[in-house]
Design a protein around this ligand. Structure first.
Ligand code: IVH
Length: 685
């Protein structure tokens, strides 16, 4: 068969198999026998194996997976996949709702959805076809697990409309399936969530196909301004073929008539006014145990997308949504001892060592007691039996004392001297600090921070190695990392030639880290990634500029920057005038670290051709996916970008299938620009 014929045959078989599946499963009116069907399916499978490049991404065979080993390449998300802010009580939730209503000043409404305890999935569809499925990863970069996700029966390989968009949902497994299968796999997973996450990462998609994974999709049409309300998005998702929650709540000041149709179609969805939210939540708490899968709370979201855009995001979560967690997972244990830790800033933290307990999927054996005030308020002593909880991702804490010890131990008191270097501790706010920056604990803390993940990220130079290097006297502070001779490690236990070579490579590679990473890695007080970003945006794109300005000792130069308060300004000035810190920076400069934004990294110079113009966008585009990238080009060239057409809008970028904005733009006399014209404009310097 020629390739052309194979292609045609594959297309024919795909259509036939799909048609017979439809007749069999949906209409219950099969036209052919099971054997005939199997023959079609097998022929398709064989052809696809022989000609993998001709296989269609939405072929029905994808559901059975493949025996080939999958790789999960890392892919960057087109925009960050953020997490959710959370509250634990109805009171806190009500305050958030109240605050959102007041802050926005509009008559906003809210949806309430299940917060399903599964594994996040980001689904990319192009012209209605599932082309990529990516894990959330760290929110910026995830793993491409497309082949595995294609085996999940309720995730459409092809939508009912040829939309190009990104959708977000959750993959999970029903509790009873988990229990059954987990025992077959020697109970390796602690809970259904881990089981689902683990299954998704199996190497062979044919194995994944055997696991009854399921999905819910709850967000989509990011940046598509033609859909303005979440409730409509949820409804649209069902129409496209996704599985959406059966019991969505919708709450507003008054009942909107325009949603009548939606509620007619979704009989499980309920609506009411704000006053009904509490009842809905209480009802959902009861429904929870009857659901076949685990939910760990509810998600309350602002319904109106233009308001969502206005509220925006923090680095971690959207400001337009809030998770209401049913409970902070708790356990009871006994305090065996209390250690006093000294952090890199000298901050003293009392840490209770407890009898290991299992809380929400992890063994906990260390819990924080924060500071002396906290200890006093709980009245905690060594030997007490305490309730311990994990609130989300933060470090576990002691919540309350359940039973006092019978050994006569009194409320724990922090020492007056640093347990490591003996310096007298000083009080600053609620915390005690060791003021000695040469305190070994502080030195260890700041070096490990500097080399750690999220900072300079020096591979093969973890906390244990840092400890060893200090012990051996090879390094005394951060700059020494770049001046000691790693060969001196040869012969030390655990440091074979290979390991030493890797350490060298890691150190060398870290010199490539950009200025913003270097600066934040120094671990200076108040100067974390967010402040560094603000400083660079405000034009402090080199350390020299920062130091020069700090020398003037005028806090208002820094407080003028939105997001930088007086305390931060003071710390910036103080630290960049500190000879010790300046000396450290000098040494690191000599080592070759980047202390300014390189030319290439600086924003390229664009002529400000869109200065004074106000742009809006509608429809979809060939060259701009997601289409926000087009608006980024406008911003770079001095234009302003808005999400809705108003009288002030001067230009509307019009793509395929434009929305109602097109009409509005014509009414207000905005200039309509096609993708082609836009590309021309961008190329004109
Ligand atoms: S919305 C930008 N809705 O919970 C925020 N998330 O703790 C998008 N989750 O990582 C998230 N059910 O994977 C949203 N109905 C729901 C959800 C939900 C579960 C997950 C989500 C997120 C995590 C945050």
């Amino acid at each position: 068969m020629t390739r052309d014929k194979v292609k045609k045959r594959i297309e024919y078989l795909v259509n036939e198999v799909r048609r017979h599946q439809d007749l069999y499963y949906k209409k219950a009116q099969p036209e052919i026998s099971d054997r005939e069907y199997d023959a079609l399916f097998d022929e398709l499978l064989k052809l696809e194996r022989r000609y993998p490049d001709l296989a269609l991404p939405d072929s029905p065979t994808k559901r059975v997976g493949s025996d080939l080993d999958n790789e999960f390449p890392e892919v960057r998300h087109p925009f960050p996949m953020l997490s959710l802010d959370k509250v634990y009580t109805i009171d806190e939730l009500e305050s958030w709702i109240e605050k959102s209503r007041n802050d926005t000043g509009y008559d906003i409404s809210f949806t309430v959805e299940e917060k399903i305890d599964g594994s996040t999935i980001v689904l990319h569809y192009e012209n209605g076809i599932l082309v990529r499925a990516v894990t959330r990863g760290d929110g910026f970069v995830g793993n491409d697990i497309t082949e595995n996700v294609r085996t999940i029966k309720d995730i459409p390989l092809r939508l009912s409309e040829p939309v190009t968009s990104i959708f977000r949902g959750e993959i999970y497994i029903d509790r009873k399936d988990f229990e059954k299968l987990n025992s077959q796999f020697d109970s390796i997973y602690a809970n259904p969530r881990n089981f689902a996450a683990g299954s998704l990462r199996r190497k062979k998609s044919s194995e994944v196909a055997k696991i009854p994974l399921k999905s819910y999709v709850y967000e989509g049409f990011y940046g598509d301004v033609s859909i303005k309300e979440h409730l409509k998005v949820l409804h649209k998702l069902t129409e496209l073929g996704f599985r959406v929650f059966d019991d969505v709540g919708y709450f507003s000041s008054t009942i909107k008539k325009e949603y009548d149709n939606i509620f007619k179609k979704h009989t499980g969805w309920v609506r009411g006014t704000y006053r009904d939210i509490d009842n809905f939540i209480i009802r959902m708490k009861e429904v929870r145990d009857k659901l076949p899968y685990d939910i760990d709370g509810l998600v309350v979201k602002i319904n109106e997308y233009p308001i969502r855009d206005k509220l925006g995001y923090t680095a971690h979560h959207p400001r337009w949504a809030m998770a209401f967690k049913f409970e902070a997972p708790q356990a009871v244990s006994e305090i065996l001892d209390i250690d006093v830790q000294v952090g890199r800033t000298g901050r003293i933290t009392p840490v209770a060592r407890i009898k290991p307990v299992w809380i929400a999927g992890t063994t906990v054996s260390n819990v924080t007691l924060h500071n002396q005030d906290y200890i006093n308020s709980l009245d905690v002593a060594i030997g007490d039996v305490v309730a311990v909880s994990r609130h989300g991702d933060v470090i576990p804490a002691v919540d309350e004392v359940i039973e006092k010890n019978d050994k006569g131990n009194k409320t724990f008191r922090l020492p007056e001297e640093c347990p490591v270097c003996g310096s007298k501790l000083i009080q600053d706010g609620a915390h005690l600090f060791c003021p000695n920056r040469n305190c070994p604990a502080r030195i260890y803390g700041r070096i490990s921070f500097f080399v750690g993940r999220g900072q300079m990220d020096i591979e093969n130079l973890g906390p244990e190695t840092v400890k060893k290097l200090i012990e051996l006297g090879l390094i005394k502070d951060i700059p020494d990392i770049y001046f000691f001779n790693p060969d001196d490690l040869l012969g030390v236990e655990g440091f074979a030639e290979k390991k030493v070579k890797l350490i060298k490579e890691g150190i060398e590679k870290s010199k490539e880290q950009p200025f913003e990473v270097v600066l934040a890695s120094l671990g200076l007080e108040e100067i974390g990634p967010k402040v560094v970003e603000l400083l660079i945006e405000a034009g402090f794109d080199s350390i020299d500029k920062l130091i020069k300005t700090a020398k003037k000792k005028k806090p208002d130069i820094f407080t003028k920057i939105q997001g930088i308060g007086p305390k931060t300004a003071e710390k910036i000035i103080q630290q960049f005038n500190d000879p010790y810190i300046l000396d450290m920076i000098e040494k690191l400069k000599k080592a070759g670290l980047k202390f300014s934004k390189g030319k290439k990294e600086k924003e390229e110079e664009y002529s400000k051709i869109f200065e004074g113009q106000v742009w809006c966008i509608t429809g979809s585009f060939k060259n701009f996916k997601p289409r926000e990238t087009a608006m980024e080009e406008v911003k770079k060239r001095g234009g302003k970008v808005v999400s809705q057409v108003t009288g002030k809008t001067t230009h509307l970028l019009v793509g395929e299938n434009p929305g109602s904005k097109l009409e509005k733009a014509s009414q207000v006399g905005a200039k309509l620009v096609t993708e082609e014209e836009f590309l021309k404009m961008l190329n004109e310097k």
